[in-house]
Design a binder for this molecule. Structure first.
Ligand code: PRX
Length: 584
């Protein structure tokens, strides 16, 4: 058994004695660094090319493959079905170079959008990094997406190439004729049709040498689509410079050391999977576990045991799901390799922090807060810091965070308001693709408004309150009500739809839809089920309404906008508030 750490609960505080932790934290004194930190110092963490040029993928893989970590295991990939593959930094490097050469042969240009629609696999990791190394803008899509979600992303971004597999490509072909800019379909697997490019064949023929393209730090590295209150998902674009912060936060917050085995459970279709499942850990030369397949407590605990995972980054819903399955399952496994646990995506209940201490031998979860837009953890519980269970922690050195009102006035201790950040950190989004108006909306009064509400306590700890907008967080996934409403009204039985998040103990929120039926249709369990299935296949498994209520009318503003706020208030028994814009 590992030695007991001193992370014991003291009332509502998890008290730390950093000198007694298994490894000395990379960040020794948060308060001190916060006073002296400069972003220009962080630039020294990564390697630069002459003339101030940079390539994120070079820092993630090449510098290790060319150095002492050449034969270190970079990836332990377990497909979740009993097959494990181990790849060294050198092997990933060669694979990445081959794919960069395939892109060259296809005539893909610098900053072209290259998308990936693949299950987690070595091909996905290497392909994604190759696109970055090549100077394209890389974007992985969540493999559970249905045709509508795929079309929205490929169309808006004007993607020229898509790497997918024999199975997933079927969903792409349902919308392919709507995507005139998509020139290359690169297929991983045997089933390659005429007009498609075979990954296997082209990779075998390609050279394993390719020099990283020196990029301007502000040139784009990757983009990810995420949901807001209004409109379709927006393409959040990140620059190569972001690698500086991905590197630094992985080192200071996730606290990776040379001997660690690190596991981030997020898919690459989400920002956590990209930044802390690819970029940050590998930039630090860390061995990472990649696990395919679905949630399965036994498999998860076994993953920790078999690969001796020492750092684990997961999500609150996963923690609650593990809690719900009881403590007998973890008791069957040796989990003593773990030394630090982290969480992101939604509020982590204090019970989750405490449960982990019991099950994982006194290791609490460290909650981290950030967003697709912010590109990096910004508010967090550091390894050396005492934890207040339920709090998101404190801002990263170099980050000014505050609670502000609508005019930008900073609110005091204990006051609830908008969580806002002073712009200017390296990993911040650079653009919302083809939508400058939407980008500009986020910045007001000299602050970046996160869309979250929060408060700060007397010790400077931040506490999450909720969303200031209609965005729904369900099982940690971000869903826009508009996307769900748009999918719903395509069903012939649905005349109108209004969608809200309804609090749920396990999933944080579930999606609830209020529907006005088309004349001729009547309410039945079967119809509701049919509507649910319809949304699931169009959008994605997580984005369907688990609850549907048929209503006669929906509350609307005089201009015809559905007032979700009223639907929510009615559902939750909250005060209805200002209704002066209500239709009638
Ligand atoms: O509402 C906050 C919630 O997730 C939103 C960002 O979602 P997304 O862009 O999908 O990124 C998630 C992973 C980086 C935030 O605006 N959120 C994120 N972390 C936390 C959180 N809510 C509460 N506590 C957190 N630690």
């Amino acid at each position: 058994m590992a030695e007991k750490s001193t992370e014991l609960i003291h009332g509502d505080l998890v008290k730390k004695d950093p000198t007694k932790l298994r490894l000395k934290p990379n960040l020794q004194n948060y308060e001190q660094l916060r006073k002296t930190f400069k972003w220009s110092d962080a630039d020294k963490e990564v390697e630069w090319f002459p003339g101030g040029k940079l390539n994120a993928a070079y820092n993630v893989i090449d510098r290790h493959a060319k150095g002492s970590r050449k034969n270190k295991i970079a990836l332990i990939f377990d497909d979740g079905e009993g097959h494990t593959q181990k790849l060294t930094f050198q092997q990933l490097y060669e694979m990445m170079n081959r794919f960069a050469n395939v892109m060259k042969k296809l005539g893909i240009k610098r900053q072209d959008r290259v998308f990936f629609f693949l299950q987690r696999s070595p091909e996905l990791y290497a392909g994604f990094l190759a696109a970055i190394k090549y100077g394209a803008i890389a974007s992985p899509m969540f493999p559970a997406f249905g045709p509508d979600a795929i079309r929205d992303r490929l169309l808006d971004s004007g993607a020229v190439a898509l790497v997918t597999d024999s199975d997933l490509k079927k969903r792409v072909y349902e919308v392919k004729n709507l995507l005139p800019e998509l020139k290359h379909m690169i297929i991983v697997g045997k089933d390659v049709a005429a007009g498609e490019v075979s990954w296997e064949k082209e990779m075998a023929a390609a050279s394993d040498k390719f020099d990283a393209v020196p990029m301007d730090p502000e040139e784009f590295m990757y983009m990810l689509y995420t949901s807001g209150t209004t409109g379709k998902p927006k393409g959040v674009v990140h620059a190569h410079k972001g690698i500086v912060q991905a590197h630094l936060t992985t080192k200071m917050v996730l606290d990776v050391h040379e001997e660690d085995v690190y596991w981030c459970g997020a898919d690459l279709g989400w920002v956590t999977g990209v930044v802390y499942g690819v970029l940050g850990p590998w930039s630090n030369g860390t061995t990472q576990v990649g696990l395919g397949g679905r949630f399965d407590p036994d498999r998860w605990y076994k993953t920790i045991q078999d690969y001796k995972v020492s750092i684990w980054y997961t999500a609150p819903t996963a923690v609650r799901m593990l809690m719900a399955r009881g403590d007998e399952i973890p008791a069957k496994y040796n989990l003593s390799s773990l030394r630090a646990l982290y969480c992101v995506g939604e509020p982590l209940n204090p019970e989750g922090v405490k449960w982990a201490q019991e099950v994982f031998d006194n290791k609490p979860f460290h909650d981290t807060w950030w967003q697709t837009e912010t590109g990096s953890i910004l508010i967090t519980n550091f390894p050396e810091m005492d934890i207040k269970p339920g709090s998101m922690g404190k801002p990263l050195p170099g980050i000014e965070a505050a609670i502000v009102d609508e005019t930008g006035k900073v609110l005091g201790q204990g006051q609830e308001g908008n969580l806002a950040l002073r712009p200017g950190w390296p990993a911040m989004m650079r653009q919302i693709w083809k939508n400058p108006a939407k980008y500009n909306e986020c910045f007001r009064n000299g602050w970046y408004y996160t869309g979250d509400t929060a408060q700060i306590d007397k010790d400077g700890y931040f506490w999450y309150v909720g969303r200031a907008d209609d965005v729904i967080k369900t099982s940690g996934e971000r869903v826009g009500p508009f996307e769900v409403e748009s999918a719903l009204i395509e069903h012939p039985a649905v005349a109108e739809a209004g969608v809200i998040g309804k609090p749920d103990e396990l999933r944080g929120n579930i999606i609830k839809a209020f529907i006005v039926l088309t004349p001729g249709y009547s309410d039945s369990p079967q119809l509701k089920e049919d509507i649910q299935k319809f949304v699931k296949t169009k959008l994605a498994g997580h984005a369907f309404p688990r609850e549907i209520e048929i209503v006669k009318t929906l509350p609307k503003t005089r201009s015809g906008k559905i007032m979700r706020r009223l639907l929510r208030a009615r559902e939750l028994g909250l005060p209805i508030g200002d209704t002066s814009t209500l239709e009638d």
